[in-house]
Design a protein. Structure first.
Length: 228
């Protein structure tokens, strides 16, 4: 019988970190972080690698302790009023292979005691990418509506992120797609429970979500002319 990749100890550690977000506590518990949090997250990425290559071959799963898909736990506090040194979540970024040259759509897995999800799409795309996505919606609104409202996709995913309060300069406020053209994030989230994250089926669950999000990912990649 398959064993869970993500242990319940990962969430227990994150809950304790929420109450002890300081360097002294973390240094005393660093071995726990490595064995209960970082290493299982890296193992999850490793187990996602082959099925992801079949379902979304342009997304990269890099199972490394440093410099791979698992994001650092250390917060960048230089420009933040919040000076707590550590993130109280685990973030896993499965980036598009074109992402070194362009802000291409990707996948993001979030594990936290109060919120788990997989996100698909573009978060805060840079100006040229955002313009290309908006242009694709404007050029073929029927294709966008088919993508946005795809039944299997919307069974699992809800759109998230922010919109402009005003109208993008290039478009009229009466444009039939104006609500979507105001988006500055083109991301959709599928929530997951802690029980799902710690189950033996989590790899299959995540891959099923990646497959369900294919319409969105294909539309966004086509818009910016990268393969998916």
């Amino acid at each position: 019988m398959a064993q869970p990749v993500i242990p319940q100890a990962l969430f227990r550690f994150l809950r304790e970190l929420q109450s002890n977000n300081n360097r002294d506590w973390f240094n005393e518990n660093k071995l726990r972080y490595q064995t209960e949090v970082r290493d299982p997250a890296v193992e999850l990425v490793r187990q996602l690698d082959k099925p992801l290559a079949r379902s979304a071959p342009m997304l990269s799963a890099i199972p490394k302790s440093h410099g791979g898909s698992v994001m650092r736990i250390y917060r960048d506090t230089r420009f933040s009023k919040d000076k707590t040194p550590y993130k109280t979540n685990v973030g896993i970024s499965l980036r598009h292979q074109a992402d070194t040259n362009i802000h291409a759509p990707g996948a993001y897995i979030h594990l936290a005691p109060d919120e788990c999800f997989i996100g698909m799409g573009c978060w805060r795309p840079e100006r040229n990418v955002l313009a290309a996505i908006r242009n694709a919606i404007d050029k073929d609104p029927k294709a966008w509506i088919k993508t946005r409202d795809h039944k299997k996709f919307r069974q699992d995913f809800e759109f998230a992120g922010e919109r402009l309060k005003t109208t993008p300069r290039q478009y009229d406020k009466t444009h039939p797609m104006i609500d979507d053209l105001r988006r500055i994030d083109f991301i959709a989230l599928a929530t997951l429970s802690e029980a799902e994250m710690t189950s033996a089926e989590i790899v299959q669950i995540l891959i099923a979500r990646v497959r369900a999000a294919r319409p969105l990912m294909q539309f966004l990649c086509d818009a910016i002319e990268v393969p998916y």
